[in-house]
Design a protein around this ligand. Structure first.
Ligand code: SAH
Length: 475
């Protein structure tokens, strides 16, 4: 479309860029923006909550809807709270910190319900839903951080979080959802960079060295792991030693590592890791099970809520303590859920695509003296169908647990699960839309929903985790 056509099209809109309007915020979008209407025209306004009356300036106008920038709050909603974080509005991390925690939970519960109904075609989804599990103290909960590093305009080193929808960095000195140890780690890495003239990575020219600082902190052990992601295939001995000298000042430091990533990509970690100090993993507990977690492996970010999430998985998976069930744990990561399940199962089979995570899973089983588990490395949608075919349809599962990434399960995997006919499926999901899509498939293929529980793993953000219990209708 030519520029003039574009202009004409835009001029068809009832409002145009820079118009100022008074908007009553009535609802909240899936992205956390407030939603209001002026003469039937829908306006999305970031940083507002239902009940606010706000003055906005239109920043983008489409035919039936537009986006407004919050200019002034004329009347505050009762559900609005002052965020603890001074940069909550600029930072892209917490989209809804200005909404009371109680209403955040309600928003998440409603979001899941709406997805189940609209995408999953599930009628009256609320009847399956148990109350959302919130946090008592929804701050400083994250055990993992990945801070981007860049050079500031004055040549100083900027470390923080990306502003919403951009790659400009908001300083993260006082982040209220991260582990408190991070402030000191960032300070020490900056010192190391300044003292040794190590340049921050420049995305535009793919020059410079330090791309990200990744940290993990053990919730129970308090161990600290730091991994510096660099735009190089190696770091000389002098710089490596200086880095270790700096970071070994951090309390409970267990591992210092380098990760090499020279690709022009938004993916944070490269495939190669070099251990500079310690044994290359972080050790932590969920309940009474100990886990070793290496930097390339997935590990749930909110340890307090993870325990509650896994307890819900166990409750949905088993009715009794008979230990007679064969369970498949698909997308098993480092075997966290598998080892929880193993205590109540006859046998657990875990499948995971990341080889390092499978190494961790096997070690973790040994570490905890759990022997009724076996792990397979590969894509769940390839491993499970091929094992099913190779066994002539003989591999069996009484219970299947799936915990896929945001895109949900591949249909090839769902079809094989349906052929395996487990009496129960427990679906753990971090994306209500793909969850609802997959539930629709399972409902059309012999399963019915029994219970749904949401769990707030990501307080102050729009993200939500859910667990669904399904049973075979032929049972
Ligand atoms: N259940 C685990 C991990 C859940 S996160 C826990 O609670 O810790 C999802 C996991 O799926 C990640 O470990 C990711 O590496 C893995 N994964 C992604 N795509 C996959 C696929 N196609 N097949 C198997 N595993 C996959």
């Amino acid at each position: 479309m030519s520029k003039s056509q574009q202009k004409n099209k835009e001029s068809n809109t009832p409002y145009k860029k820079d118009d100022e309007l008074l908007v009553n915020i009535e609802d909240i979008s899936v992205n956390g923006e407030g939603i209001g209407h002026v003469d039937g025209y829908t306006i999305f306004v970031k940083d507002t909550v239902p009940g606010d009356l706000v003055k906005v300036k239109i920043i983008k106008a489409k035919k039936t809807y537009g986006y407004g920038r919050l200019m002034e709050i004329e009347k505050e909603s009762e559900d609005r709270v002052k965020p603890l974080c001074a940069v909550a509005r600029q930072c892209g991390g917490c989209q809804i910190q200005h909404l009371s925690y109680e209403k955040q939970l309600l928003f998440k519960q409603n979001h899941v319900k709406n997805c189940l109904e609209r995408i999953g075609g599930i009628e009256d989804a609320e009847k399956y839903m148990e109350p959302i599990i919130g946090m008592e103290n929804p701050y400083f909960y994250r055990n993992k951080a990945q801070f981007p590093v860049a050079e500031g305009k004055d040549g100083s080193v900027n470390v923080g979080f990306y502003a919403g929808r951009s790659h400009s960095i908001i300083p993260a000195d006082n982040c209220y959802i991260q582990a408190k140890e991070n402030g000191e780690i960032i300070k020490l890495v900056k010192e190391w960079m300044n003292e040794n003239r190590v340049k921050a990575y420049d995305e535009k020219y793919q020059s410079g060295i330090v791309r990200h600082i990744m940290t993990r902190v053990g919730f129970v052990t308090k161990e600290v792991m730091v991994c510096i992601v660099i735009n190089s295939t190696n770091l000389n001995d002098k710089l490596s030693k200086a880095l270790v000298d700096k970071l070994s000042k951090v309390n409970n430091i267990a591992s210092i590592m380098l990760n090499f990533n020279t690709d022009n990509t938004n993916v944070i970690l490269g495939q190669k890791v070099q251990v500079l100090y310690g044994n290359g993993y972080l050790s932590d507990y969920i309940g009474d099970i100990q886990y070793h977690i290496s930097p390339l492996s997935f590990y749930q970010v909110n340890p307090v809520q993870t325990k509650k999430l896994y307890d819900t998985v166990l409750e949905y998976a088993f009715d009794d303590d008979n230990k007679d069930k064969v369970v498949w744990d698909l997308y098993c990561g480092i075997g966290t859920i598998s080892l929880f399940l193993a205590k109540k199962a006859k046998m657990v089979y875990g499948v995971e695509i990341v080889p390092e995570a499978i190494d961790d899973a096997r070690n973790n089983a040994k570490l905890n003296d759990i022997y009724n588990v076996q792990f397979f490395c590969g894509a769940a949608e390839e491993v499970v169908p091929s094992k099913y075919e190779m066994s002539g349809g003989a591999i069996s599962a009484d219970i299947v647990v799936v915990d896929p990434p945001r895109k949900g399960c591949d249909e090839k995997l769902l079809s094989t699960i349906a052929l395996m006919k487990p009496e129960r499926i427990v679906y753990v999901s971090c994306d209500p839309s793909s969850l609802a899509r997959d539930l629709k498939w399972l409902l059309a293929n012999g399963y019915e929903i029994k219970k749904v529980r949401t769990c707030d793993q990501f307080c102050h953000t729009i993200h939500v985790e859910s667990v669904v219990k399904l049973e075979s209708v032929n049972n």
